[in-house]
Design a protein around this ligand. Structure first.
Ligand code: FMN
Length: 171
């Protein structure tokens, strides 16, 4: 059941050395590409990184992205900001779908926020990644999702974790 998957999905930042198969990576890519976008513009693009050296460089993008260095695969969610005024939302949905697809097939995954974040060495995390990933200037970097076989276990959420105060019903 979909709600059970939502409960099971937790951020995993510690990964084992076990490989992630090409089929598993393709499942994550499909989840991204099947995401809805405003006016069906699909402003996003996805950069799939498995190279260990590049993953290590991703981990230096900002404080809180270090886990990417230990991931077996990372997917950078980038967008052509010229084509849509709601590319941020479109990217967020795609990133969320990647996380859910990873949880569905037993991979651990976590989101590293890049947009609006600074690079420890000065400048933005986005500019740093634009250089690492050799991206042209019109592509904005929203986030990077790191994934791999979990080397930590996290408790699933339960109905007790639901903050019902966040919901108001009319009618
Ligand atoms: C928009 C967004 C940005 C996030 N950025 C980071 C990040 O930069 N680094 C990180 O370790 N986790 C990041 N996370 C993961 C959150 O910390 C995590 O989802 C939250 O603490 C809830 O925990 P859970 O995912 O295990 O349920 C981000 C999550 C979202 C949705």
């Amino acid at each position: 059941m979909f709600v059970e998957l939502l409960k099971r999905r937790r951020s995993i930042r510690s990964f084992s050395d076990a490989p992630v198969s090409e089929d598993e990576i393709d499942t994550l890519v499909k989840a991204a590409l099947l995401s809805p976008t405003s006016r069906n513009i699909r402003p996003w693009e996805f950069i799939v990184i498995t190279d260990r050296h590049t993953l290590a460089r991703l981990g230096r993008a900002k404080h809180g992205a270090e886990f990417l260095a230990g991931a077996r695969v990372a997917i950078a969610v980038v967008a052509d900001t010229r084509t849509s005024d709601v590319w941020v939302e479109d990217c967020a949905i795609a990133a969320s779908n990647i996380l859910l697809a990873a949880a569905d097939i037993g991979l651990g995954a976590c989101w590293a926020q890049i947009r609006n974040r600074t690079h420890p060495g000065g400048g933005t995390a986005e500019d740093y990644l634009r250089e690492v990933l050799e991206l042209p200037g019109h592509l904005a970097v929203a986030a990077v999702i790191g994934a791999g076989r979990p080397a930590e276990s996290r408790q699933s959420l339960t109905d007790d974790d639901l903050d019902r105060a966040k919901v108001r019903y009319i009618g």
